[in-house]
Design a protein around this ligand. Structure first.
Ligand SMILES: C[S@@+](CC[C@H](N)C(=O)[O-])C[C@H]1O[C@@H](n2cnc3c(N)ncnc32)[C@H](O)[C@@H]1O
Length: 251
């Protein structure tokens, strides 16, 4: 990525409600599909971003959440949101990488929305399992193929952007192979893509187009930010974000 592309990327992504498709409704629906948590549950939110789901989880549970991200401005935004919501005492931000997590005590629940793709779905499930208690729970969202016979344009875009993307069935097989019993899964509704993510992002892109109207390199960077939105607009029947819920089998 050039410096300009990097700069444009962060200008597009700064201060969005969420940094991936999702909503409080979907976060709470996933939580409701899990067994009840202990009163002081230890929860780890990996790739928390600005923390919409972290705050929703803190409000819906009485647990303590360690929220991990590499990007400090997102952690600062999370602290601000947690303060506003009155749950800052139970949210503990930590600047760390999902590739290198190590804690003194195991967790009751690992949560990760829109972020496990960074390490890879199966690798993340396998490596994070050792951070969970026996019988511990995991809830992750992963972009997944929803039906066969993909249009070539959608296949070509995602083969380049995320070659590890797999079908729901393949991901359930990977979940089992990584040592979890499935507790259910569901596809996020399309509004989870638009309301908190693509619509605010598209509005930001339009503002930046004006600001950089004399700069063809910046316009090209903005085109590439738009491309993902356009592919989803055309091919949302074929892929979506899926919440996968699991429980550690054995120890
Ligand atoms: C697509 S965003 C999702 C953020 C948030 N969960 C949400 O849904 O709004 C992915 C997040 O992973 C973070 N990230 C990227 N690489 C990371 C890493 N190696 N370890 C931890 N977090 C990382 C990014 O900074 C970003 O906040």
């Amino acid at each position: 990525m050039t410096d300009l592309n990097h700069n444009i990327f962060w200008q597009v992504h700064r201060d969005l409600p969420r940094e991936a498709p999702g909503s409080d409704d979907s976060t709470l629906r996933a939580l409701s599909m899990l067994p009840a948590l202990p009163a002081s549950a230890r929860i780890l939110d990996i790739g928390c971003g600005p923390g919409a789901q972290t705050v929703a989880l803190a409000r819906a549970t009485s647990g303590h959440i360690i929220a991990v991200d590499t990007h400090q401005p997102f952690l600062d935004e999370l602290v601000h949101r947690a303060d506003q919501a009155g749950v800052a005492d139970r949210i503990h931000p930590l600047q760390a990488s999902m590739f290198d997590l190590d804690f003194d005590h195991p967790f009751d629940l690992i949560w990760s929305e829109g972020a496990i793709y960074i390490i890879g779905f199966e690798r993340g499930l396998r490596e994070w399992r050792r951070l969970l208690k026996p019988g511990g729970l995991i809830a992750v969202t992963e972009i997944s193929w929803l039906k066969p016979n993909l249009p070539e344009a959608a296949r070509a875009f995602w083969d380049e952007a995320y070659p590890g993307m797999a079908s729901v069935e393949a991901n359930l097989t990977r979940l089992a192979a990584a040592g979890y019993r499935s507790l259910g899964h569901f596809t996020l509704p399309e509004r989870d893509w638009w309301d908190n993510y693509y619509h605010p992002m598209a509005a930001r892109i339009e503002l930046l187009r004006q600001a950089y109207r004399e700069n063809p390199e910046a316009q090209a960077a903005l085109d590439s930010e738009c491309a993902e939105i356009e592919v989803y607009r055309q091919y949302s029947d074929w892929y979506g974000y899926v919440f996968y819920l699991g429980q550690v089998v054995g120890t």
